[in-house]
Write a protein that binds this ligand. Structure first.
Ligand code: ADE
Length: 232
């Protein structure tokens, strides 16, 4: 049996998915719950990775090993980095890169993983296209863009940091898992896409906005993903 793998970092990000799933069954490994079932007639496995790159990497690898997923879709919220983005807008990953990979002291550019061919992991073109089509149908009141998702083990809440992430690393948004998922998918030759709805602008108000808008933003990301599943 083939599965579509779906990941979110927090309960809010997978809550609606779990509510819509049928014929559910749960398996646990390394403290991570993998919930299999059907969504719109497709076999899916859904998991909450937990926050941060290590959690995301471990969950993605276990999901690939245990369920041989045909693709991985990540749904959730992020801080806006591109100044055009407003809270509620959507970013579809063109690629994902770690903004906190820093070996500049040895002469590498920021975000570059030494001794590796690739550090900015491209999302799957067909999944990006499907996500764009889904956004066109679902995002009536919000804009979406396809751009680079930056990930790091840090909640960004500083205007200067955001500006730097935009100017130096050309990020569209910042979050804490996407690049880990992307790297593990790349290592296993599994197509992926990350869908993020903006819960905040990663500035001095980010913690307040995050608390206020996370559920709404996570639900928007879910709505797009749900639209995509029907076409997979
Ligand atoms: N996820 C949502 N908002 C974020 C932020 N400002 N920084 C990192 N991850 C986030």
């Amino acid at each position: 049996m083939t599965y579509i793998g779906i990941l979110g970092a927090m309960d809010e990000e997978i809550k609606l998915l779990l509510e819509q799933m049928e014929e559910k069954d749960t398996q646990v490994q390394a403290g991570i719950r993998f919930i299999t079932g059907t969504l719109l007639g497709r076999n899916v496995v859904v998991s909450k990775s937990g926050v941060g790159k290590v959690n995301a990497a471990a969950t993605t690898q276990l999901m690939i090993d245990r369920f041989q997923v045909s693709s991985v879709l990540f749904t959730g919220v992020a801080g806006a980095v591109n100044p055009k983005l407003q809270i509620g807008d959507i970013v579809i990953s063109s690629s994902c890169q770690q903004h906190d990979m820093d070996v500049t002291a040895l002469g590498y550019e920021r975000g570059i993983i030494p001794y590796q061919e690739i550090s900015d992991f491209p999302a799957d073109d067909s999944l990006v296209k499907l996500a764009m089509e889904a956004c066109e149908k679902v995002c009536k009141d919000h804009q979406f863009l396809v751009g680079r998702v930056l990930s790091g083990d840090r909640f960004v809440a500083d205007r200067d940091v955001v500006q730097d992430l935009y100017e130096s690393m050309h990020g569209a948004c910042v979050e804490m898992e996407g690049a880990a998922v992307a790297q593990v998918c790349h290592m296993n030759n599994v197509p992926y896409v990350v869908l993020r709805s903006m819960s905040d602008k990663a500035d001095g108000s980010a913690h307040v906005n995050f608390a206020e808008f996370t559920v709404e933003a996570a639900n928007r990301s879910y709505a797009i993903l749900n639209e995509m599943i029907g076409s997979l």
